[in-house]
Design a protein around this ligand. Structure first.
Ligand SMILES: [Zn+2]
Length: 341
């Protein structure tokens, strides 16, 4: 007869002490046009920067093989009518080089649907692998971001919500009954909130700049009391981020006792992001975080995961539009995640 502590240490001893880095070659297909801040250079630069730790660093592994995922995986988070509308829009494009805007900020090109779906498959594979103990934690390098996409609409470069699909997919796995999401992108994860407020098994927390697009910050906790938004002023002191983690998010997660933690990892609260946004009228987020601050936040989330769910974290890339800064943030994020191993 084992007590729960012994079972926990048994699980720890049998867990693969590795960080999985997930991406997919199809992600480069999604085209957004010249000078669009969300473009394939973002992930190209990240992969290039991560190469030294992906080659021969035995606690970080690149994952490129995927199981077949259910055909209707997008339906876990999105309405069928909306999914079909995106697919039909793409199928109606006659010129292979054309772009169609789904909303003023978000376009698709020929091949975008499959490209974005491949990223979501990679994310669900990460969930499956971490839940089965093949990896201790995981980082998913996907694009475009997804946390503004709602159940029935695109928004802010986001077509489908990888993190929402991942959360729903996780809840279908054995022994995953409660999921916590922590979103530290500089923008409010309004789409994730839209989808997750209806799921009493998912806690959604978002730290973001308050008076910034999409201007949908609300303090209310939703019909299931599971939505917690924390807004910061422009150029907030990094200590204010840490205070929110310590004083609000940590107690919420401790009460929630999740079986898995998902991170919406946007790095656009970095001091040097974005360099300049020439395409859109909305002012960029202006915050002062540096790589070391993101590392500290990552470490705090890892401590929560260690306490509640054997360290299980799936971190999913959201924003970050200065490719050099984004790549260096991702490198340090992965290195921090791998220090749990
Ligand atoms: Zn953002």
């Amino acid at each position: 007869m084992h007590n729960s502590k012994e079972i926990n240490s048994f699980k720890m001893a049998n867990m693969a002490h590795k960080t999985g880095v997930y991406t997919h070659p199809d992600l480069e297909i999604h085209e957004t046009g010249a000078n669009h801040p969300e473009n394939r250079t973002r992930i190209q630069k990240i992969l290039q920067t991560l190469q030294p730790i992906l080659n021969g660093h035995n606690s970080v592994e690149m994952v490129t093989s995927f199981e077949k995922m259910p055909n209707n995986i997008l339906n876990l988070a999105h309405d069928e009518q909306y999914i079909q509308r995106v697919l039909d829009t793409e199928n109606q494009m006659t010129d292979p080089s054309s772009l169609v805007y789904l909303d003023p900020d978000t376009c698709i090109s020929r091949g975008s649907f499959q490209s974005i779906l491949s990223g979501i498959h990679a994310t669900c594979q990460a969930v499956s692998d971490v839940v089965r103990g093949n990896y201790n934690n995981a980082f998913c390098i996907v694009r475009p971001p997804g946390h503004h996409a709602t159940a029935n609409g695109s928004m802010g470069f986001c077509v489908f919500s990888a993190i929402s699909v991942a959360a729903k997919f996780a809840l279908q796995q054995d022994n995953i009954n409660k999921v916590a999401i922590i979103d530290f992108d500089v923008h409010h994860g309004n789409g994730t909130e839209d989808i997750m407020q209806h799921d009493p098994n998912v806690l959604f927390t978002s730290i973001h700049q308050r008076d910034l697009w999409p201007y949908m910050h609300h303090d209310n906790h939703g019909p299931n009391n599971n939505v917690y938004n924390f807004g910061l002023d422009e150029l907030a002191d990094p200590q204010e981020y840490f205070n929110i983690i310590h004083q609000h998010i940590r107690p919420l997660v401790d009460t929630w006792q999740p079986d898995l933690i998902l991170i919406s990892a946007g790095f656009d609260a970095h001091k040097n992001d974005p360099p300049q946004d020439t395409l859109f009228n909305d002012p960029p987020g202006r915050q002062n975080l540096m790589e070391s601050d993101f590392n500290y936040i990552t470490q705090q989330i890892m401590d929560m995961a260690q306490l509640h769910c054997n360290g299980r974290i799936i971190s999913i890339l959201e924003g970050g539009y200065n490719p050099d800064v984004l790549a260096s943030c991702c490198l340090e994020h992965v290195q921090t995640l791998s220090r749990a191993n």
